[in-house]
Design a protein around this ligand. Structure first.
Ligand code: PLP
Length: 364
């Protein structure tokens, strides 16, 4: 019997999704860096990406990339959170590539690479309006590119990239991708050679790929979310396109166990203060309803909107750190203590569940 709560990873479904996405990109001349940070850096997932044709493994955490490397994944490692100066020695040991956006960090990375006797590949980030990381002025981007090219024996300027749809919710339109290409051309003119990598963004940048609007020059995407979440409604709304319907939306599923079933009122009884998280909650009085209490909570998955029960007629009415309350009044089948309820998962629930020590992961 499985320990519960259980997080189930179906590798066949994952590899199917990876092959589909890498195929779509490949037909548009785009390589994929497989981003596995959502899994907390599972080496088996990095291995899947390599097997399915990703050209690099990418994560925002060095320890995750180190784990994949120790597990024998031997395609280049790409650090996608611009590095801390304090981790540059590790960076050049673990990663062949990194995204960069600060002159001081590049200078220190050059030292670290020279000290380690390595040449580290950098991709300079351009901020095209999403307002997280990246050079904001083209002039500064070009100056720093020239500095790396001419004065950094420990660094190789591999390319430029951008990130959209993260902080600023900016959509990777054809215009944004064309702007990235203009930036790349300006850098190429300044260093007098072509760049190898023009990295056009993340899952959200599949939109221009689907619409056949991606400029030829954009030749790499860093993709995570869609391979794990497939066509879940949020992703479909954000990134549109029925193409994603071809993907599995149950690569990761959650199983939680019922620990109490009882009919109770729906409105709390007594003088109301705040809930477990210090919030003043609103309660609708729907009379007496049958409810199931589950042994899993927000400490494990975060927000109740990010887990989707796979039981007809059931819905979540609330949760505290370690409990989830489901309304099962309208379920056709009787829910009993000891039953297991399955859930599909949105991005942030997978991100949290893979690092919850209360949850056991099973790989199929
Ligand atoms: C997380 C991340 C990605 C991958 O994003 P998905 O939405 O998971 O595809 C790409 N680039 C950067 C810089 C990231 O931080």
């Amino acid at each position: 019997m499985r320990r519960r709560p259980a997080l189930i990873l179906d590798h066949d479904k994952l590899r199917y999704n990876m092959r589909m996405v890498i195929g779509w990109c490949g037909r548009s001349g785009i390589d994929v860096a497989g981003v596995f940070k959502i899994t907390g850096g599972m080496a088996s997932v990095a291995r899947d990406y390599q097997e399915c044709g990703a050209v690099m493994i990418a994560s925002s955490r060095l320890e995750q990339l180190a784990r994949a490397k120790s597990a024998g994944v031997d395609i280049p490692m790409l650090m996608i959170r611009v590095p801390m100066i304090s981790e540059l020695e590790e960076l050049v040991e673990i990663c062949e590539y990194s995204l960069q956006s600060e002159f001081a960090t590049l200078k220190a990375a050059n030292e670290a690479a020279l000290n380690a006797g390595k040449v580290h590949n950098v991709i300079l980030m351009a901020d095209l309006g999403d307002l997280r990381e990246g050079f904001f002025e083209l002039e500064e981007l070009v100056d720093v590119a020239k500095y790396v090219e001419d004065s950094c024996g420990g660094l190789h300027l591999a390319g430029i990239g951008t990130n959209l749809g993260c902080y600023g919710s900016v959509v990777p339109t054809k215009e944004k991708m064309e702007q990235l290409v203009r930036y790349a051309e300006a850098v190429e003119a300044a260093i007098d050679r072509p760049l190898e990598i023009i990295s056009g963004g993340a899952t959200s940048s599949l939109m221009p790929v689907f619409d056949k609007e991606m400029p030829d020059k954009v030749n790499m995407l860093r993709i995570g979310a869609v391979t794990f979440c497939g066509p879940l409604e949020d992703l479909r709304q954000a990134y549109g396109r029925k193409e994603a319907d071809a993907l599995h939306d149950d690569v990761f599923t959650l199983e939680a166990e019922v620990i109490e079933v009882r009919t109770k009122p729906t409105h709390p009884i007594g003088k109301l203060g705040v809930d477990a998280f210090g919030k003043r909650a609103k309660y609708v009085d729907r009379g007496n309803r049958r409810r199931a209490l589950l042994a899993i909570g927000r400490a494990d998955y975060g927000d109740i909107d990010d887990i989707i029960p796979q039981l007809e007629g059931a819905f979540i009415i609330g949760a505290s750190g370690d409990h989830t309350i489901m309304d099962v009044e309208e379920c056709k089948e009787q829910v009993r203590v000891g039953d297991v309820i399955k859930f599909k998962l949105k991005y942030s629930a997978i991100l949290r569940l893979t690092s919850s020590e209360n949850v056991t992961t099973y790989e199929l």
